[in-house]
Design a protein around this ligand. Structure first.
Ligand SMILES: *Cc1c(COP(=O)(O)O)cnc(C)c1O
Length: 398
């Protein structure tokens, strides 16, 4: 009953940006589980699209948010903020970068990184370096500039003219990328594993090649870690799998464990291009958002969730490969840690997703042929066994 009411209201008053949504309205969650208003239970293998990294209602995160909300929710970055300074320190100390700027979302973090990359050369008196090379099938956000950075025509076409200064090249093709570098190029911006377009990992050779080209040609390497960051791949940041370091990287999604916060992280030299007045954000890094993110970082460490992510990721991939031997519908299985894409050999992603939903398992789909899973890092073998059984049955029935 409740669902019907919500759907009716939504259809009348909400902008139709999501079309017919999955017909479920969740009431509450605990760990990997969610319940709807009818008491129906679901296992969340999508994690709010890589956001609910600690699962739902993690006691430490809930406590941190409640405690901070009682003291101070917002006060403006015109003043010094304790949780903001502490979170900046934690991110700097645990990454290859030295300084951080906080905002509220992924797109905003990438906007910040793009501004920083351009300003870095402007401040050196180099006015003609402003172009950024990104990849085809990339996803960097929905603001005008980040969708100009996004290498997907479907998002760009209806909204031209775009922000100038972006070029898109094929993934894992270092020669094409090198050919596109000109005297106007200031940066290369990449996701270590492309998320939104179906879990496409960059090769180690490609990433190393990009780093080498950036060094040789004096370009900044910007990594969009919005989906790969905060433990998703078994390391705190995706770049750690590639044996390279970016000059700038961005975070959002999992950083607040569900509370909105984004970050631009940069090495000292690049970070210095932001001077007073160059950038800002009203809500960015407010006491509450930073308290939430601090609790996420602490919990990942305390509960050894990176190790669990690696272990569960390996177990999950092994089980999926087992299913592949059984079902010819399964093609390539891609990803790292708990960022998983399952390519189907036919356009059955929506059917598989719906069958899983009927059994109380939430998974994502990309296009018509890829199933995507981004479970919380607290996932257990038992949870994975359950998901595998449901997927097995769904594939039989397809
Ligand atoms: C989700 C995502 C974004 C956009 O983040 P928003 O918070 O939706 O603005 C950007 N880049 C990547 C890699 C993402 O996965």
């Amino acid at each position: 009953m409740e669902l019907e009411k919500v759907v009716k209201m939504d259809k009348k008053y909400y902008m139709n940006t999501f079309g017919d949504r999955t017909p479920v309205c969740f009431d509450y969650g605990k760990g990997i589980k969610l319940w709807d208003a009818n008491g129906q239970k679901y296992f969340d293998f999508l994690g709010g699209i890589a956001v609910n990294i600690l699962g739902h209602a993690h006691p430490a995160l809930v406590r941190a948010i409640c405690k901070q909300a009682e003291k101070l929710i917002h006060c403006s970055s015109l003043y010094y903020i304790k949780t903001q300074a502490k979170l900046a320190k934690v991110l700097a100390e645990n990454s290859c970068t030295n300084r951080v700027f906080f905002c509220n979302s992924g797109a905003e973090a990438n906007e910040g990184a793009i501004k920083l990359a351009r300003l870095y050369y402007r401040k050196k008196g180099i006015d003609n370096k402003y172009e950024i090379i990104t990849l085809k099938k990339s996803f960097h956000g929905r603001t005008m500039t980040t969708l100009s950075a996004t290498g997907q025509e479907k998002y760009q076409k209806p909204l031209t003219p775009l922000t100038p200064g972006f070029k898109h090249v094929e993934i894992n093709n270092i020669n094409e990328l090198e050919n596109e570098i000109s005297e106007n190029t200031c940066a290369v911006m990449l996701e270590p594993i492309q998320g939104e377009s179906g879990v496409n990992p960059l090769s180690v050779e490609f990433m190393k090649g990009v780093r080498r080209l950036c060094d040789e040609k004096d370009l900044l390497l910007v990594l969009d870690e919005i989906q790969t960051g905060i433990g998703r791949t078994g390391k705190l940041f995706g770049y750690e799998h590639f044996g390279i370091e970016p000059d700038i990287f961005t975070l959002a999604k999992a950083l607040g464990g569900g509370f909105p916060i984004g970050a631009v992280c940069a090495k000292e030299e690049a970070a210095a291009a932001f001077e007073p007045g160059d950038h800002g954000s009203t809500f960015g890094g407010n006491p509450l958002a930073c308290a939430a993110a601090l609790s996420v970082m602490e919990t990942i460490e305390k509960e050894e969730l990176l190790a669990n992510c690696t272990k569960m990721g390996e177990y999950f991939f092994e089980k999926l490969e087992g299913l592949k031997d059984k079902h010819s519908l399964i093609g390539e299985i891609r990803g790292k840690g708990l960022m998983i894409g399952i390519e189907l050999n036919e356009e059955r992603a929506a059917t598989v997703k719906d069958k899983c939903l009927k059994q109380g398992y939430l998974v994502g789909s990309v296009g018509t042929g890829i199933i995507r899973m981004l479970p919380p890092l607290i996932v257990t073998k038992k949870n994975i066994d359950g998901m595998i059984d449901v997927l097995d049955a769904a594939l039989v029935a397809c």
